[in-house]
Write a protein that binds this ligand. Structure first.
Ligand code: URA
Length: 210
């Protein structure tokens, strides 16, 4: 079992994250770094997958070689910023099934409002990995995981780039069975629900919007 919270302290992850946090980092660099970091985080979040063996023939002899067991993974991106993490992870796990949950934060209440949901089938038989770069209040991730569970998902992990203590606590309270993998847990949320020190609005930074 993964711990409830895993902070990936690998020097490559931390170095890339520092460049991403810098407000002078360009959109192109931010996007490229997010892709690179998502590969490293995907490596961590896919630890301890059930394994089986497959009979193959090496050039020298037959062998029972290790292979991942079970149905294809489901990757679920919380739109729109989740797509930045999704692209990189799909490079590593190209056969994964992909779902999307569209949620926006009401700027006054900070509560998530759902506008889209399309999830892979047979979620009860798959490991689902929900991706969103920023675990801020936790409201969107909790709502997205509620949707997955309503469609039968039992084995869920959550992957983000940055988390706030408030979001980690909210997830722990609502979904204690869902391990979180992140590159850092920052100090706090400000009055607008932004992670401090954070990196700003992840969607705006990766898509070059304001
Ligand atoms: N979403 C973001 O993009 N950034 C934050 O700091 C919090 C939520």
């Amino acid at each position: 079992m993964l711990d409830h919270l895993t902070v990936v302290s690998h020097p490559l992850v931390q170095h890339k994250l520092t460049i991403m946090r810098d407000k002078d980092t360009s959109t192109a660099s931010f996007r490229k770094l997010l892709r690179e970091i998502s590969l490293l985080l995907a490596y961590e979040v896919t630890r301890e997958l059930p394994m089986t063996t497959r009979r193959i023939n090496t050039p020298l002899q037959p062998m029972d070689a290790p292979a991942i067991d079970g149905k294809k993974l489901a990757l679920v991106s919380i739109l729109r910023a989740g797509n930045g993490l999704l692209d990189g992870i799909l490079e590593l796990i190209p056969a994964a099934r992909v779902g999307f949950v569209g949620l926006y934060r009401d700027p006054e209440t900070l509560q998530p409002v759902q506008y889209y949901c399309k999830l892979p089938d047979h979620l009860d038989e798959r490991l689902s990995i929900v991706v969103d770069p920023m675990l801020a209040t936790g409201n969107s991730s909790v709502a997205a995981i509620d949707l997955l569970k309503a469609q039968g998902a039992k084995n869920i992990r959550f992957l983000c780039l940055l988390a706030a203590p408030e979001g980690v606590a909210r997830m722990q309270e609502a979904h204690p069975d869902v391990p979180i993998v992140t590159a850092a847990v920052d100090s706090h949320l400000n009055d607008h629900g932004y992670i401090v020190p954070g990196l700003g609005d992840a969607g705006d930074r990766m898509f070059g919007t304001k």
